[in-house]
Design a protein around this ligand. Structure first.
Ligand SMILES: CC(C)(COP(=O)(O)OP(=O)(O)OC[C@H]1O[C@@H](n2cnc3c(N)ncnc32)[C@H](O)[C@@H]1OP(=O)(O)O)[C@@H](O)C(=O)NCCC(=O)NCCSC(=O)CCS(=O)O
Ligand SMILES: Cc1cc2nc3c(=O)[nH]c(=O)nc-3n(C[C@H](O)[C@H](O)[C@H](O)COP(=O)(O)OP(=O)(O)OC[C@H]3O[C@@H](n4cnc5c(N)ncnc54)[C@H](O)[C@@H]3O)c2cc1C
Length: 395
């Protein structure tokens, strides 16, 4: 059982106040316009919810991932887009750079995020989604620079993010060194070679653009290559280890969406009358409400435990379990909440259909529920579980 400290309870209340007063009322408009909510991001920044995990020596608050999930749930409950922005402003790319980067890299990243930027993490490719380690984006050394070529897809924040962390296979003298991550800033002037491609219009969480990004002879100084302590040969494993934090964050957005939909459904059940009495008096709905409350509470416990696990970053299996459970809970709870609303939930004049759409992405993005189950199985069985045919044959 987790218990929030007094300080964490204050943080939760501060986040809840901001989310309710500033973000909840614009969530529907953000969904309809599909515009990035710049004004809300300014508020998120000025209230101290961006770059919370950045160490104090780089201008941040040095907060834990546990503190961060407390804030994310509140933001996502009010507006899923703001929930996801809070994740990327505190986890993912910024977490990896603040842990593995050089002093110069940390200063660049901290300055971007503490200036209001939500970084973009560029891993997935059209032919390497689940099979992320099969990425073909390559960086070839040329003197003091690397030349990047390749294509990423479903990059959250494409066209609005300033800081990009680009995963690529690194070649020195044509020899594969392993996978590293490059920092590329899109700061007013778009660097030659960084091409923001077409937008992928999404089913939910529509306030953040998802785009293709191409690298066409993108030239980056060698000092922009983030090399984790284990070197490039262990680069992919170390970078994915940092990414476990973002999985916990994404799961928490799913939780916040579920909690928000649930609260609305409970209030509606007490208010709506059929057969001369509130529909909350019908056992068929009472048992649905019980199940929803259990699933939400269990998801929250798994997420908080995962956020507190590991050393620098959450443990791979705990993060995977928590994200799978929270994502599947969000799909179930938002659908059941809509059911409790009946036709009113199905109408677009109501928030329920948006909650269902917003919840849908989390069994896909950040590692699908199937891939993450394989990671959990690998941990439980103590077995490597290569997914390629020749991986098994080699064993
Ligand atoms: C990891 C996979 C790509 C599977 O690929 P492979 O079979 O080639 O790799 P593995 O042998 O499983 O892994 C190689 C190496 O890395 C270690 N590893 C892998 N993942 C992690 C992790 N999460 N934490 C720690 N370590 C990790 C692994 O143990 C191996 O180490 P050893 O060599 O054994 O010591 C695939 O499973 C995978 O994760 N696919 C999903 C890709 C993904 O999550 N993409 C996210 C893109 S960003 C995004 O979607 C943002 C959306 S959001 O909502 O935030
Ligand atoms: C809204 C959204 C935001 C995203 N944001 C980002 C981002 O910011 N940065 C980024 O890099 N990526 C991002 N992604 C991409 C995301 O990481 C990928 O969608 C995800 O990793 C799955 O890859 P894929 O979509 O190519 O599906 P595929 O890998 O093609 O999978 C298709 C289906 O096959 C299943 N499958 C594949 N391999 C296996 C296996 N070995 N065992 C069992 N089932 C398997 C999958 O589970 C899935 O059901 C985002 C995606 C979405 C939807």
């Amino acid at each position: 059982m987790y218990k929030l400290t007094t300080e964490q309870q204050h943080l939760q209340l501060k986040a809840r106040d901001l989310a309710r007063s500033a973000f909840a009322h614009s969530a529907a408009a953000t969904d309809v316009t599909e515009d990035y909510p710049w004004a809300n991001v300014d508020r998120l920044l000025s209230e101290g919810f961006m770059g919370m995990t950045i160490p104090t020596e780089y201008g941040g608050q040095g907060r834990s991932y546990h503190d961060t999930v407390i804030v994310i749930e509140e933001m996502a409950k009010a507006c899923a887009t703001m929930g996801r922005i809070t994740v990327e402003a505190n986890m993912g790319a910024i977490g990896a750079i603040m842990s593995y980067g050089t002093d110069e890299q940390k200063k660049i990243a901290a300055s971007a995020v503490l200036g209001g930027d939500k970084p973009a993490i560029c891993i997935s490719e059209p032919n390497a989604g689940s099979a992320a380690s099969e990425m073909t984006t390559r960086a070839d050394r040329k003197g003091d620079h690397y030349i990047l070529n390749g294509e990423k897809y479903w990059i959250t924040g494409g066209g609005v993010s300033k800081l990009h962390l680009i995963f690529a296979r690194v070649f020195d003298d044509g020899v594969d060194q392993g996978i590293g991550a490059f920092i590329c800033l899109r700061d007013g002037n778009v660097p030659d070679g960084l091409v923001i491609g077409r937008r992928l219009y999404a089913m939910g969480v529509r306030g953040i653009p998802e785009t293709h990004i191409e690298f066409r002879d993108l030239e980056l100084h060698k000092s922009m290559l983030v090399v984790p302590p284990g070197g490039l040969k262990r680069g992919f494993a170390s970078l994915m280890s940092a990414y476990n934090a973002q999985r916990v964050g994404a799961g928490t957005v799913a939780l916040g969406i579920a909690q928000g939909a649930f609260e609305e459904a409970v209030a509606y059940a007490k208010d709506r009358e059929q057969f001369g009495r509130p529909i909350a008096e019908f056992q068929g709905l009472q048992w649905m409400i019980s199940d929803m409350s259990m699933q939400i509470e269990a998801a929250r416990l798994l997420l908080h435990a995962a956020a507190c696990s590991g050393e620098s970053f959450p443990d791979i299996a705990m993060a995977a379990r928590a994200k799978i459970f929270a994502a599947e809970t969000a799909n179930k709870v938002t659908n059941d909440s809509l059911q409790i609303y009946g036709s009113s939930g199905y109408g677009r004049h109501n928030a329920m259909e948006r909650h269902v759409r917003d919840a849908r992405m989390f069994t896909i993005a950040g590692g699908t529920a199937q891939i993450l189950r394989t990671q959990v199985a690998s941990s439980v069985l103590g077995m490597k579980l290569p997914q390629t045919r020749n991986g098994y044959m080699a064993r």
